[in-house]
Design a protein around this ligand. Structure first.
Ligand code: DSN
Length: 417
């Protein structure tokens, strides 16, 4: 983007933006929750809708002048409902955490019980973690993965649910590389009378592309951020499914009230415009091809890294991400992240299941293919990237890192962001 007005009025900010553009252009973005959004999404984000206050919902706003805001929000909701096959969607959540908070407000009273995946096994802060609102104001219990294969043991999930009787169960992850069995989660939720919320923030792009089973027929509520595999602006969708409506026909109303006035003030209408643009993009055939390539790339990267002697948690991946267990590599997640960053490969350190190290150090790194795939990279480039990662981890000296940095730059030039 040109940013001519920023350059004219505020050169300091302009220069920082240009440096960030340069960083993105010349590095391999492999954090699985990040992506490169389209210029159309970025244009919508900087549109005139930024200026408008619109507390309330279409047709029921607290301010005047919302004719076009209503049009835009209705369009965005209709697109989300069509794409995910649900009868209700709230598009005002500022991001994933407030969206999940709205689900708590709509389904639980403070002190009631939620069950989610343990953070160290690949869950999310808002699924009950103790330092988060969800573990502070609600009673939380966790399921994890099996020590043997790092997969969710659904029998164990059931046992914990039967014992603890949570009122809300989250099926959702941030670093779980395998398919989630939403049907099984729903059976468990039904046995204890709980709401099932599928938080598909990481995999929503794969779901709409047909690369991961959809939770629509199983969950009562679906939440997702819009900026990960869905490749939109920062933001969130909170959806109620047909079976959510059957369980509680007031759920949409409760969710709307939880978002506003419960949690948020004026919705970010420029963000909603950008979500609408992203949802249209996600309806296209080219997005389906994108989602499928993301998964193919992840499989290839994981296979190549395994062949080079890396331990890939759970033995591989079914989605867009993988976790490398670096315990046998004489390094930590923290060090590996730092060395790779110097070489222009951006990843994040991540706890692996049963990690002996604290999260700030951790024994693993998390790698994903959504952003590389957006740049047009395919299996052949994944082989190259696996070689670069392997070389950095094996020999993180300055000379080697400088060599890898220049090889990274040349891949980036061939595949412009
Ligand atoms: N921070 C996100 C991620 O990286 O997965 C989750 O909120």
């Amino acid at each position: 983007m040109e940013h001519n007005n920023i350059r004219k009025n505020d050169n300091e900010v302009y220069e920082i933006i240009k440096r960030e553009e340069e960083r993105k252009r010349t590095t391999l973005e492999m954090i699985p929750s990040e992506n490169h959004t389209s210029p159309a999404v970025l244009e919508a984000l900087s549109s005139i809708f930024n200026d408008k206050y619109a507390e309330g919902y279409p047709g029921k706003r607290y301010y005047g002048g919302n004719e076009h805001v209503d049009e835009m929000e209705n369009l965005c909701m209709e697109r989300a409902k069509e794409l995910f096959g649900v009868p209700f969607c709230n598009v005002q959540g500022y991001s994933g955490s407030p969206a999940n908070m709205a689900v708590y407000f709509a389904t639980l009273s403070p002190g009631e019980k939620v069950m989610g995946m343990h953070l160290n096994a690949g869950g999310h802060l808002t699924h009950g973690w103790k330092v988060n609102f969800s573990g502070t104001y609600y009673d939380s219990v966790f399921y994890g993965v099996s020590e043997e294969d790092s997969l969710i043991d659904y029998e164990e999930v059931r046992e914990i649910a039967m014992r603890e009787r949570p009122k809300l169960i989250f099926a959702g992850t941030t670093s779980y590389p395998r398919v989630l069995d939403f049907e099984r989660f729903r059976e468990i939720a039904d046995e204890v009378g709980a709401y099932l919320c599928a938080d598909v923030s990481h995999i929503s792009g794969l779901i709409v592309a047909g690369e991961h089973p959809s939770p629509t027929d199983h969950a009562h509520i679906i939440t997702t951020t819009t900026h990960k595999t869905l490749r939109g602006p920062r933001g969130a969708l909170i959806m109620v499914t047909e079976s959510g409506m059957k369980k509680d026909s007031d759920l949409p109303e409760k969710i709307n009230k939880a978002v506003f006035p419960g949690l948020q003030g004026g919705p970010h209408q420029h963000q909603i415009a950008a979500i609408a643009v992203c949802l249209k993009e996600a309806m296209s055939d080219s997005f389906k091809e994108y989602g499928s390539q993301v998964a193919r790339n992840a499989r290839m990267l994981s296979e190549e890294l395994s062949e080079k002697g890396f331990k890939v948690v759970s033995g591989g991946t079914d989605n867009h991400l993988m976790l490398l267990d670096l315990k046998s590599k004489d390094t930590t997640g923290k060090k590996a992240q730092e060395f790779l960053e110097k070489a222009g490969i951006i990843v994040n350190k991540n706890a692996i299941p049963f990690d002996p190290l604290p999260p700030a150090t951790s024994s693993g790194i998390r790698l994903g293919t959504p952003a590389l795939t957006t740049r047009g990279m395919k299996e052949e480039q994944m082989k190259e990237v696996a070689t670069l990662i392997d070389e950095v981890i094996k020999e993180p000296g300055e000379k080697k890192i400088a060599d890898i940095r220049s090889r990274v730059k040349s891949i980036c030039e061939k595949f412009p962001a």
